[in-house]
Write a protein that binds this ligand. Structure first.
Ligand SMILES: Nc1ncnc2c1ncn2[C@@H]1O[C@H](COP(=O)(O)OP(=O)(O)O)[C@@H](O)[C@H]1O
Ligand SMILES: [Mg+2]
Length: 250
């Protein structure tokens, strides 16, 4: 299905203070692919994701989601296709209650309140946050905010999930729930993360960024098993691939 293909061609982005954060990035992601974007702090992951949803406008280059260029006149259509979660959940939650935050997307589709309620209840249940429904988001813990911000995109039933550090601040049970929901989501997933064990579980393909450029792009198994590459990129093998220090001494 070409309508959900994600295409980036030669993207450059410079912050207003002159910091060149993206320095010529191109890739294509097909419908249904599950792709991790990894790289050390400051590699450009968040800047790239913010450009893909039109929150930041690249200096040059082309970004297309399906047939649509990511430009102002297409923002509302594109944001219906892409469920984006920010690195900082506080950027996502701005309503008086959790219910209203998770209802915000479905309401913008002009769905009936009955349908909105169904979607809110379903999304909160998936992330294990039904009990938070009436709470003001600003009073929640970091992990609770993260779960609610994920629910607020699931309720939009997007074609593409674009998530920035989705497992940060989650407790182990919530993280496992996130991994399961990502595995169940069969459309396109693009996940920027430091959580390489999650990557190993969820993403078939990994793109490694460094200094706003692509350092590697290929199969997750191959990249996460390449200790020398990971070392060069400031990353560490996921725990699941590290040999046991006691056994390996024998
Ligand atoms: N608002 C900003 N103004 C100036 N520089 C920024 C801003 N946000 C991020 N940067 C810089 O851009 C680079 C890429 O940052 P970012 O995309 O947040 O990286 P990552 O998400 O991989 O940690 C870093 O050097 C960071 O310091
Ligand atoms: Mg980031």
């Amino acid at each position: 299905m070409s309508q959900h293909k994600v295409i980036l061609k030669n993207i450059f982005y410079t912050y207003p203070d002159g910091k060149k954060a993206i320095n010529g990035i191109s890739f294509e992601i097909n419908h249904g692919e599950s792709v991790a974007i990894v790289g050390s702090n400051g590699a450009g992951k968040s800047t790239l994701l913010l450009s893909m949803v039109g929150i930041l406008s690249p200096d040059s280059g082309d970004i297309r989601i399906g047939d649509l260029a990511v430009i102002k006149k297409n923002f509302s259509t594109i944001r219906q296709k892409i469920g984006f979660t920010f690195q900082n959940a506080d950027d996502q939650l701005f309503n008086a209650t959790v219910y209203d935050d998770v209802a915000f997307g479905p309401r913008s589709y002009k769905l009936s309140e009955i349908e909105v309620k169904k979607r809110v209840e379903r999304a909160l249940e998936i992330v294990g946050a039904s009990h938070l429904m009436e709470r003001p988001p600003y009073k929640l813990s970091g992990g609770e905010k993260r779960s609610v911000s994920i629910a607020s995109v699931l309720s939009m039933e997007p074609d593409i999930l674009l998530m920035d550090e989705p497992s940060s601040a989650l407790d182990p049970k919530s993280r496992r729930r996130l991994i399961n929901l990502l595995k169940d989501f069969t459309h396109t997933k693009i996940i920027a993360t430091h959580d390489l064990d999650l990557v190993l579980d969820v993403c078939e393909r990994t793109i490694v960024l460094g200094n706003g450029q692509i350092l590697a792009d290929g199969s997750t198994q191959k990249i996460l098993n390449d200790g020398e590459l990971l070392d060069r990129c400031g990353l560490e093998k996921p725990f699941a691939l590290q040999s046991c220090p006691i056994c390996s001494k024998r």
